[in-house]
Design a protein around this ligand. Structure first.
Ligand SMILES: [Zn+2]
Ligand SMILES: [Zn+2]
Length: 137
């Protein structure tokens, strides 16, 4: 079980099960939404409990990005009916989660490169096998 909250505390999230590893995305939408990057760890939908009012933005035909309407904290990204990609910064217990991959690594702003030997997946590599939004850059 891991527990988190937004900046103002109006939204609280618990996840009974989660993968405990962080992926970072540098795509154009994630850069804007997250202030530079989006970081997320995965929790299955049936393991996540949310309290408080949540704003939802349909950032594509297949996914939503959720935020606190009061303080603006980025809460999660989720494909419809899929797993949650929860923002690790909301969860004190995520402090030691390892970074396991960067996606859209070739699109990263220079300040946002991460050290380590994790996979760095390019836009072209990612878009071969995943749903994506055309022309987002
Ligand atoms: Zn808030
Ligand atoms: Zn992205």
């Amino acid at each position: 079980m891991i527990e988190g909250r937004c900046l103002c505390g109006a939204v609280r999230i618990t996840a009974a099960r989660f993968n405990g590893e962080v992926s970072v995305c540098h795509c154009a939408m994630c850069r804007r939404w997250g202030g530079g990057i989006m970081a997320g760890f995965v929790a299955p939908a049936d393991a996540v409990t949310v309290s408080g009012e949540v704003g939802r933005y349909a950032s594509s035909d297949f996914s939503e990005r959720a935020f606190c309407p009061r303080c603006g904290s980025s809460l999660w990204m989720r494909d419809h009916g899929g797993d949650y990609e929860l923002s690790p910064g909301l969860f004190d217990g995520a402090a030691d989660f390892p970074l396991v991959r960067e996606v859209y690594a070739d699109q990263a702003h220079r300040f946002a490169g991460f050290s380590g030997d994790h996979p760095r997946i390019t836009r072209a590599e990612y878009e071969q096998t995943h749903p994506h939004v055309e022309g987002d850059a």
